[in-house]
Each structure stands twice: as structure tokens, then as C-alpha cells.
Ligand binder design. Structure first.
Ligand code: URA
Length: 209
């Protein structure tokens, strides 16, 4: 079974409170999503492999660790996942960015794919799938299945807020995909919104509605 990591650092908790507040406008919302994503990037990359290289300090030669050849790919699920890219890239600037476009059919609540462009060497990359809200899990599961069909071997999922229903669905469908969250909320409502959540992440990021 995959692991679920809930990042309850005080800075993340504080910023998440501001993000949830319905009076937070799009500009501040975007900034907060970027800041939280940067903080989450720190934890998501904790197990990246290191290799020692020789360098010379002003005092002496030494062997010192750098991130080894392992390559990272960021894959935001359009459109709300886009909000998390810049924050992640600020800590992992060499990552390539792929995109998966999915929307949720309001009638069936099923994910419909409308766009996909991934790095060519997707099979060799540690992929970090980005979506601020893990609600029913339908989008994340579809994206994971698509990434696998494209050859992906290593996938982790990073969301700001999840509902228990979504976490369970992803764990059942993709038991090897670790899930990183800033908060595990209470439940889904009848419209598949997370409670208490933050509303529609895409609308709040981009000022639509
Ligand atoms: N997508 C959102 O943007 N918000 C939710 O609460 C659920 C899905």
C-alpha cells in the first residue's frame, strides 16, 4: 500500500488557512499556492538519491553530495495543477514539465482527457503529478493510468487538500503511488467538492466563475 504523507509544518498550515478563506482573492491565492508548493517540494524530494563528487573548498579538497543523475518530471493536471508548477520548479529547476488536460464531466463525474504532452524520456523520470484538490480521485487515477500507458515507472502524487474518499480510491487503484498532502479534510459533499476544502481551485487561481 502506498504511503500518505501529510505535511503539517506550521508554515504550510498557516498558508493553507489563508488559502481556504473565501475572502482571499486570486492574486494572493496564486501566491499562496506557489509558496505551499515550494514547501511541499522540499518534503517530496526528501528521498532523491545523492552521489558524492569531489570539490575544493577554499581550505581543502573534499567529497560532497549532489543530487545524482535521477531526473524529475512535473506533471500538472490542467488546469488547477498549473498553479503548483512554479513553486515546485523553484526548488527543482532542472525538472521537465509535462501536461495532462482532464476535465470532470459534471453529469457523470468521470474524467475526460483533452490534452497530453509529456517529456520524451518519461520512463526514466521520477514523475510528480500535481493537482491541488484530490476529491473523488477520478482525475488523479485517470492521469496515473495515462502516465503508465506512456511508459512512466515512478509516480508520486502531490495535492494540497484531499478527501478520504479520493485517497482511498487512489490507493486502491495505484498502490505504488505515494501521496503527499498539506491537509486531509473531512469528506466530499453531494457535488464532489471537498469539505471544508477551499472551493473550486481552478476558479480561485484564475479568477473565473
Ligand atoms: N476540485 C476543486 O477545485 N475543489 C474541490 O473541492 C473538489 C474538486
Amino acid at each position: 500500500m502506498s504511503k500518505v504523507v501529510i505535511m503539517d509544518h506550521p508554515l504550510i498550515k498557516h498558508k493553507l488557512t489563508m488559502l481556504r478563506d473565501k475572502n482571499t482573492g486570486s492574486k494572493e491565492f496564486r501566491e499562496l499556492v506557489t509558496e505551499i508548493s515550494t514547501l511541499m517540494a522540499y518534503e517530496v524530494t526528501r528521498d532523491l538519491p545523492l552521489q558524492d563528487i569531489e570539490i575544493e573548498t577554499p581550505i581543502t579538497k573534499m567529497m560532497s553530495p549532489v543530487i545524482s543523475g535521477k531526473k524529475v518530471g512535473l506533471v500538472p493536471i490542467l488546469r488547477a495543477g498549473l498553479g503548483m508548477v512554479d513553486g515546485m520548479l523553484s526548488l527543482i529547476p532542472a525538472a521537465k514539465v509535462g501536461h495532462i488536460g482532464l476535465y470532470r464531466d459534471p453529469e457523470t463525474l468521470q474524467a475526460v482527457e483533452y490534452y497530453c504532452k509529456l517529456p520524451q524520456d518519461v520512463a526514466e523520470r521520477d514523475l510528480i503529478l500535481l493537482d491541488p484538490m484530490l476529491a473523488t480521485g477520478v482525475s488523479a487515477i485517470s492521469a496515473i493510468q495515462f502516465l503508465r500507458k506512456s511508459g512512466a515507472k515512478s509516480i508520486r502524487l502531490v495535492c494540497l487538500i484531499a478527501a478520504p474518499e479520493g485517497v482511498k480510491a487512489v490507493q486502491e487503484s495505484a498502490p505504488d503511488v505515494d501521496i503527499y498532502l498539506a491537509s486531509l479534510d473531512e469528506k466530499l459533499n453531494d457535488h464532489a467538492y471537498i469539505v471544508p476544502g477551499l472551493g473550486d481551485a481552478g476558479d480561485r487561481l484564475f479568477g473565473t466563475k
